[in-house]
Design a protein around this ligand. Structure first.
Ligand code: EPZ
Length: 405
């Protein structure tokens, strides 16, 4: 595999930005990837009274009045992270109702930290018949929010709910992913008063109302990491452009320690892999800037044919090792114990009939199939379409023999 690829916009930045658009004026949001999760978010936005239409990779939102304060079950089921719309719904309508996201491929998806933050800001929460109803009849007010765990979505919900609340809010212990900084930049562009301190404390001064803005979404660091692993697993080379190398530092460290040559510029990464990777060592998934849980599966695929033994510890989600079973079908030697997977590098991998277990697990089995001798088939591609724009096309452009039927 060899070639150059411009990395598409970050799914996990566009989604909270669209959720925030419910309380902003008209916005022009550029570099939005064409993904099924983004399409669902646009449908939800329309349902909440804020029209969203796509022109190429730009989404234009028009904050009309009215709209519903409930997200229909079908849209909630289509995308579990729709809970991130709750803060904006309450800020816009004084109330919000969603069906409980329930479990998904990654295990249970509790929302207790979202509700903790929204209650601190003055929302009353009721749970019943699988629904979550939040009301703030007197509007939301500023508060001190101390997260016991840096939940990405809960931090985003707290920020969106606080920017037009009455008074000041201070958020400590929140998540520090680049997608949150991008949401903050977007909201500041709309007139929000947000100050992020060097130690990650978020200070917000509530404003009466927000206007619109023009914003360009950051590149998708997880998609970038996936294509870097694609080059690493095939002994190839790749030049990624249009991204911030600092957002994938941890993954780059593991790949260069495994023998890849890595060169970075302000907005590009070039990687050239050796014929055979050295062992990756121990990879523990952590909140940012630690090793991202979203890259655990693709990095595990990369380890299958490397020398020695690589160990993966999944600390973020309680069930994010479902891709192991699929990778074993390629001949990988992986043993699991609880949240730990031990990968012993094998000499060769063979083609197999594979299935995508979830978004990132799906990308991992495609990468594994690329490194195997002989042809493989991969089914359930809808998982991949949720988070990777033109995945098969991009891999073809990079010289991989892959075709989507
Ligand atoms: C975001 O999910 C991302 N999704 C995920 O990416 C990513 O894996 C995750 O952050 C961690 O980085 C989007 O941004 C749309 P969390 P989110 O709240 O916000 C527990 C992908 O592949 N938790 O940080 O749902 C939770 O169960 C997706 O692109 C609570 O206990 O992640 C999990 O174990 C997958 N209570 C851990 O925290 C809560 O109220 C991290 O969840 C919320 C979360």
């Amino acid at each position: 595999m060899a070639g150059t690829l411009a990395v598409h916009g970050a799914k996990n930045a566009v989604l909270p930005i669209l959720a925030a658009a419910t309380i902003c004026g008209d916005c022009v949001i550029r570099n939005c990837p064409d993904l099924t999760d983004v399409a669902v978010a646009m449908d939800i936005l329309g349902h909440l009274g804020c029209d969203a239409r796509r022109e190429g990779s730009t989404i234009i939102t028009t904050a009309s009045s009215g709209g519903d304060w409930r997200i229909p079950d079908g849209l909630m089921k289509a995308m579990r992270s729709s809970v991130v719309f709750l803060g904006g719904m309450i800020a816009r309508h004084g109330e919000g109702e969603i069906s409980l996201p329930g479990g998904c491929e990654l295990g249970s998806r509790p929302v207790d930290l979202h509700l903790f933050a929204l209650e601190r800001l003055g929302a009353q929460v009721e749970e019943g018949e699988g629904k979550l109803r939040c009301k703030a009849p007197n509007g939301l007010h500023g508060a001190k929010i101390e997260f016991p765990f840096p939940s990405v979505g809960a931090t985003e919900n707290a920020i969106i709910a606080a920017v037009t609340a009455r008074g000041d809010t201070q958020i400590t212990g929140g998540a520090r992913e680049p997608e949150i900084a991008d949401l903050i930049t977007f909201l500041q562009g709309c007139g929000a008063k947000i100050h992020l301190t060097i130690d990650g404390v978020i200070h917000i001064q509530g404003v009466e109302r927000l206007h619109g803005c023009e914003h360009t979404v950051i590149a998708d660091r997880i998609a970038a990491g996936t294509y870097l692993c694609a080059a690493a697993i095939t002994g190839g080379e790749v030049l990624l452009t249009g991204l911030t190398p600092g957002h994938v530092l941890t993954a780059l460290a593991y790949l260069s320690n495994a023998g890849c040559v890595v060169r970075t510029s302000l907005n590009s990464i070039w990687l050239k892999a050796p014929d055979r990777l050295k062992e990756l060592g121990i990879i523990r998934t952590q909140p940012y800037p630690g090793f991202p849980t979203d890259m655990q599966a693709v990095m595990m695929a990369t380890a299958m044919g490397a020398d020695g033994t690589s160990v993966f510890v999944e600390n973020i989600f309680d069930s994010r090792l479902r891709h192991v079973e699929e990778l074993r079908k390629l001949g990988a030697d992986i043993s699991t114990q609880g949240k730990t997977a031990v990968v012993s590098g094998v000499e060769r991998l063979h083609g197999a009939d594979l299935c995508c277990t979830d978004l990132r697990g799906g990308a991992a089995v495609v990468l594994g199939a690329m490194a195997a001798e002989g042809a493989s088939t991969v089914r359930e591609l809808s998982h991949i379409d949720r988070g990777y724009e033109r995945f098969a096309e991009n891999l073809t452009q990079l010289g991989v023999d892959i075709k989507e039927e």
